[in-house]
Design a protein around this ligand. Structure first.
Ligand SMILES: [Zn+2]
Ligand SMILES: [Zn+2]
Length: 368
């Protein structure tokens, strides 16, 4: 089967939208999905700095949505042909974390999602010249017209929903909202500070507002602070001194929760200083250097922890977020700008320059 896909050949090259060939039908437990939309997430772009650990050439994309066009069957295939699905991250289903309903902490998370995925004897996906193309990025590689994915990672949704917009629920929005609703379990009376008002930070703000949590958003970009304010946060510019003090002033003396999406050590220390006793800081951004903690920042019962994929079980959190969106309380679609898949490089440039919060790439519709 031949179709168009955006192939990344090296860390330096632009994406090339070209013909690829899928050499296999779905195996038991797998489905073939005709992609209708795929969000672009920071992790897709971070491959360029991954020091070669992610195999290239590859098709990236891990916020895909689409329609199931073939299914390989198997005992626990809950989705079938014609179903509309949101694709989320991959997990093994068998390790202690997966069996404990914590698939984001799957023992094989890094290998399955970031570093090449499940073993294959012959390449499933090849380019027009027959060269292997890695096709298991987050189990889905959805910057393409089709994706062959484990059915385990697909969440069935109502066919009446605007499927092309739902992709960010599979990673970015799942991460931001999940941190607030799952990890912190924040509720009315709680306070939250969010560092970085990108897709993850802004969906955290939306979830906080939906849950009755007062939030403060910190960012350098006035446009992003305006958005944060629209979604219910108190906006605070990052580039001024006394940040911790100003956060405390807006959170009755200290925030119960802080969510960092920036990996900036100075901001993280400010956030810790702004926490009330027993407050928790969650880290979602990958740290590239050691994190020096200033003395006293963890005193008085404060804690710091990493959060992966919003601690989500996608089959539980994605329908919940759709319900909040339908009720007008989780307007994640306002962060989206759509691009034809052919314009993926423009989407990346706009993302890097901060001109768009959440690009969603749409493959051309073709008559089948
Ligand atoms: Zn696992
Ligand atoms: Zn992501």
């Amino acid at each position: 089967m031949r179709f168009r896909a955006a192939v990344l050949r090296s860390c330096e090259s632009p994406f090339a939208v070209e013909d690829v060939v899928l050499n296999t039908a779905p195996a038991p437990g797998e489905i073939l999905v005709e992609i209708v939309g795929s969000g672009m997430c920071r992790t897709d772009l971070a491959v360029r700095r991954s020091a070669g650990r992610t195999p290239l050439p590859a098709v990236l994309g891990h916020e895909g949505t689409g329609v199931v066009v073939a299914a390989g069957g198997g005992p626990d295939t809950a989705v079938g042909v014609g179903d509309h699905v949101v694709l989320s991250f991959d997990s093994c289903g068998d390790c202690l974390s997966c069996r404990g309903a914590a698939p984001a902490y799957c023992d094989s998370f890094a290998s399955l999602n970031l570093f090449g995925g499940r073993e294959e004897d012959t390449p499933r996906l090849t380019d027009a010249a027959g060269g292997a193309v890695a096709s298991r990025w987050f189990g889905q590689s959805s910057f393409a017209e089709y994706a062959l994915v484990p059915a385990r990672n697909a969440v069935r949704v109502d066919t009446a929903l605007p499927l092309e917009l739902l992709g960010p629920l599979g990673c970015g929005a799942l991460t931001g909202a999940g941190a607030v609703l799952n990890t912190f379990r924040a509720g009315p009376g709680d306070t939250l500070v969010v560092l970085g008002a990108g897709a993850v930070g802004l969906t955290a703000v939306m979830a906080a507002t939906a849950a009755g949590v007062r939030s403060v958003a910190v960012d350098r970009h006035p446009g992003r602070l305006e958005l944060a304010e629209r979604f219910g946060a108190i906006p605070l510019p990052a580039a001024t001194s006394g940040l911790a003090e100003r956060i405390r002033r807006h959170t009755d003396g200290g925030a119960q929760y802080a969510l960092d999406t920036t990996a900036s050590a100075p901001l993280i220390n400010d956030a810790l200083r702004a926490l009330r006793p027993t407050g928790t800081l969650g880290l979602v951004a990958r740290l590239h250097t050691a994190l020096p903690l200033e003395p006293g920042t963890l005193d008085r019962g404060r804690s710091i922890r990493h959060i992966c994929e919003g601690d989500a079980v996608p089959e539980l959190l994605i329908p919940r977020l759709i319900g909040l969106w339908q009720a007008g309380r989780f307007p994640f679609d306002q962060l989206i700008r759509t691009y034809p898949l052919a314009d993926i490089n423009e989407a990346e440039r706009d993302c890097d320059a901060g001109r768009v919060i959440k690009p969603v790439l749409l493959p051309e519709r073709r008559d089948r």
